[in-house]
Every structure is written in C-alpha cells, then in structure tokens.
Design a binder for this molecule. Structure first.
Ligand code: F0G
Length: 469
C-alpha cells in the first residue's frame, strides 16, 4: 500500500472526537501530546462507518446487527494465524484504525482467563464472583492489550522511537512491544517507586530507562514537553489508540458469558483510562445489538491516591483536584489522572460508583486473592477490597454477577507479598487501628517462610503442628 492510500484509508475508517468540545479530527492530525488544540481535552476513537450518528441514542444501526461477528470472533480462537490468536486482534472488525493490519505488532495478548473466586464469594455472600485476570497477558498486565494497538499505530506512522511515563506496567509492555517491532523505547519512571519486576522487564526488553527523581505525575509533565521537542511517539493512555486495545476484555467477558453481561465490573483506578476503555467496549457492543445492556462499572482507588473518589464525593464529578499520591500499590500511585473526565462519564452512564480502600484493606484482599490460587499485584487487589465495601453498602446484591478486573500478575511485585507474609508490610500503627476480625484474618493468611535444619524431623514437626491446628 502506498503512503497516500494508507493515509486515506486511515482517514475514512476512523477519526478522533474530542470529549471536551466534540471537535472531530483525522487520526493523523492529532497533536504530539494527544490533547485537543482547542480545549485541551482528550480524544477518543470513533468509527463512522460502523456507528452512524443515529447510534448516539443507543439504538443498533438499522439492518446491521452484526450477529455473525460473534461466530467469526469465536472461530478465530482455533486459527493459527498470529492476529487471530490475539485476544485483541481477533476482534479487529471493531478496531479498524490501522490502514494495513500487517503493521499490527502482537505477542498474542488477551484471551485471558475468567476465574471464579468461590471462597471470596462465600465470605461476601455473593453467588457469582469472578476475576478477569489481565495479569495473564504476555508481560503480566492489562497494558499489553492497549500496547499492541497503539504501538502498531506508531509503527504504521513510521516512528522510530516510542516513549511513556509509567508506574511500571505501561513501561514493561511498551518495552516488550517496541523490541518486537524493532523500535527504540524511552521509559520515564519515578525513582524508587516502581516494583522490581516491572523495572527488570523494562531493562530486559532493552528500553532506555530513566528513573526521574519525582513521582509519576512529575514524569508525565516532563514527557509532555519532551514529545513536543523530539520525534517520539507518546504511548501513555492519553493516546486514544491504547484504549481501543483495552476495550477488548469487555468483548471477551461478554463472549465468555454467552453475550449476557455481568451485573457489575470492578476496576482499579489510577490514571483512569482502563475503566474508560472497558466502558467504551461495552457501549459499542450494546450499540451494535450484540448485548442487551451494559454492566455497572465501578472504580476503586487507594485512599492515598484518591482524586476521583474526592471528585465524585465533593464535586459530583464536575471537577477534580490533584492530590499528592501515596500508596504501597505503586501501580496506582497517581495524583493527577489524565482520563478523569472519561471515567466520570463511564460512572454516570453505567450507574457505577467510585470507592476508596485503605492500605490494610488492600493487603488483606491481595492475600485472599492469593489464597484462591490466583494472585495479583497490590493495585489489582483494590477490586476485592472495593467489592466488600459495595456489598456492605448494599450497592452489590447477593444474586448479582460481579467481575473483578485483576490488572497485574502477582510476580510483578514480589517484595510486597514477602513483606506481607513476614509481617513487615504494615506499620505497627496501621495494624493497631485495624478491626480485630480483619487483623485475625490477616494473621491466618500470613505464611512467613520457615528456616529449618535440613532434617526430615524438622519438616515433620512443622507438618504435625499444621495438622494439629
Ligand atoms: N492496575 C495496574 C496493575 C496498573 O499498572 C495500573 C496503571 C492501573 C491498575 C490503573 O489503570 O491508569 O488505566 O486507571 N498503571 C499505569 C502504568 C499508570 O504506568 O503502568 P489506569
């Protein structure tokens, strides 16, 4: 395909809509920082050929129920073609933003498991509690689904360099996909606040990794200026193509539940792109008539990094104030979330809530997810901690089907897990203020490694003590 036919195909298949002033521009006309030149807001990708303007009323487009796509998408799972084996690109009818799909860079991401959580469900009195484990992606986080989408755009547009500011997972994913594509990657991360597994990945995949002496929000500010000065393609989630990939777990969940969506999806909130992407995915399926309704989507933040929670509770989501973020769940240690307006829209449109959870609640929930034989990184565990709150507030009812989005693999942050089990994660003060029931639950789950003499007797004594308990 020639350069000009490539460009005209891109122009016709998709465009970008500003979520602030509704301006529409061609994908190729976006500024380097993906902000609207008129109002400074973010864009989202639109497909005029699939969703006509009438669709805004939520009606399926006339004569185009697209039911045959369900079979096509399912059939691709048994194909051996790399794009068909990707849980993102097998849905490519709803991702027509590449002019040539040969530019798609894939690590066969997506197609992640939907696990049941029977023990947590029982203790919460819920009939159906599931975890969509996005940590089971190639680099161990949900970022891979967005990265395959947006990095492919960078390749198609002939960039040599890609860059991101990150709390660690975006950078791991970007570094891997850039390496696959033969591109150079520049990573900006906050010094000392990125879990080891993630830092190691960025180095392993060959990215230039800069640890800036600031927090995530400080890294974002540096990068926003840098992309204006150097020809590097920005792969933070302000890049709207990222969200196109990240909407596909919504398709997978709907498919896995035989196109009857769950009642409630619970998502961790950091920079607030992921909840927005899932909301977009479900909204598109409903518009096409592939599902009958959208699930509620609720967002859970850590108490120490809770700007959306404050915005919703104090300003009804109409404005947001940046906070100085601090939480051990370093992935969501974000005080000034870029996609907050998109997130507010999803909460409003789906009837979801934003809740905050404490460090103690996160630690306990993470151990409980581990005890289910699944595991996740701390940021993902806010979902279970959050659903406990929503149940206690009567916002989740016993017969509702709930899906927690587990965003990262447990091996991302082994230090956190080891500290928890050794009893050194929380301060004495944090432990003292916990409810007695919570504290004893935590003690029951904590399993410090035992250092023993190398004898059968020593190990037998341990076994006997366990059996007697
Ligand atoms: N969970 C994990 C494991 C994450 O890495 C992130 C974000 C989130 C949740 C929050 O998602 O930002 O879309 O609301 N991590 C980014 C990063 C910021 O740089 O890896 P969000």
């Amino acid at each position: 395909m020639t350069q000009s036919s490539t460009q005209s195909a891109q122009k016709t298949a998709h465009r970008l809509r500003c979520i602030g002033c509704d301006a529409r521009i061609a994908g190729l006309d976006a500024a380097e920082d993906f902000r609207c030149q008129a109002c400074g807001s973010l864009f989202e990708v639109e497909y005029p050929q699939i969703f006509s303007p009438d669709d805004t009323a939520g009606r399926p487009p006339a004569g185009a129920l697209h039911a045959e796509w369900k079979t096509l998408w399912a059939d691709r799972r048994s194909s051996h073609a790399p794009l068909d084996r990707s849980g993102v690109w097998r849905f490519r009818e709803l991702l027509p933003f590449l002019a040539d799909k040969r530019h798609a860079v894939t690590l066969e991401e997506g197609n992640t498991p939907l696990y049941s959580l029977p023990r947590s469900a029982r203790s919460l009195g819920l009939e159906n509690l599931f975890a969509k484990h996005q940590g089971m992606n190639p680099t161990g986080s949900f970022k891979d689904t967005g990265m395959t989408a947006a990095l492919s755009v960078a390749l198609e547009r002939e960039f040599s360099w890609v860059a991101c500011a990150s709390t660690g997972n975006t950078s791991a994913a970007m570094a891997a996909y850039a390496a696959r594509a033969g591109m150079r990657a520049l990573v900006l991360i906050p010094e000392g606040k990125v879990a080891w597994g993630k830092l190691a990945q960025s180095l392993d995949y060959g990215a230039i990794t800069c640890q800036l002496k600031t927090d995530f929000d400080g890294c974002v500010a540096v990068l926003a200026e840098l992309v204006r000065r150097a020809p590097v393609y920005l792969l933070n989630s302000v890049n709207p193509y990222r969200l196109e990939g990240q909407k596909t777990p919504a398709f997978e969940m709907a498919e896995a539940m035989d196109w009857k969506v769950p009642d409630h999806i619970i998502v961790p909130g950091g920079n607030l792109a992921n909840c927005s992407a899932l909301g977009k995915g479900f909204a598109e399926l409903r518009t096409l008539g592939l599902i009958g309704r959208v699930p509620r989507i609720s967002v859970i933040q850590a108490e120490g990094a809770n700007p959306l929670f404050l915005s919703m509770s104090q300003h009804d989501g109409n404005q947001i104030e940046a906070v100085r973020a601090d939480t051990r769940a370093t992935a969501i240690r974000i005080g000034n979330p870029a996609s907050w307006q998109k997130a507010v829209r999803v909460l409003r449109e789906t009837g979801g809530w934003c809740e905050q959870v404490s460090e103690q609640e996160i630690a306990l929930a993470k151990a409980e997810i581990g005890a289910e034989g699944i595991g996740c990184e701390p940021a993902s565990a806010v979902t279970l901690a959050g659903v406990k709150k929503l149940v206690s507030l009567g916002r989740v009812l016993p017969d509702e089907t709930v899906v927690l989005i587990l965003t990262g693999h447990t091996l991302k942050d082994p230090e956190y897990t080891i500290d928890f089990h050794r009893g050194s994660l929380l301060t004495a003060q944090e432990t003292t203020v916990m409810l007695a029931a919570q504290r004893s639950r935590m003690e029951a789950l904590a399993r410090a490694p035992l250092v023993l003499d190398p004898s059968v007797e020593a190990v037998m004594r341990v076994l006997d003590a366990e059996v007697r308990q």
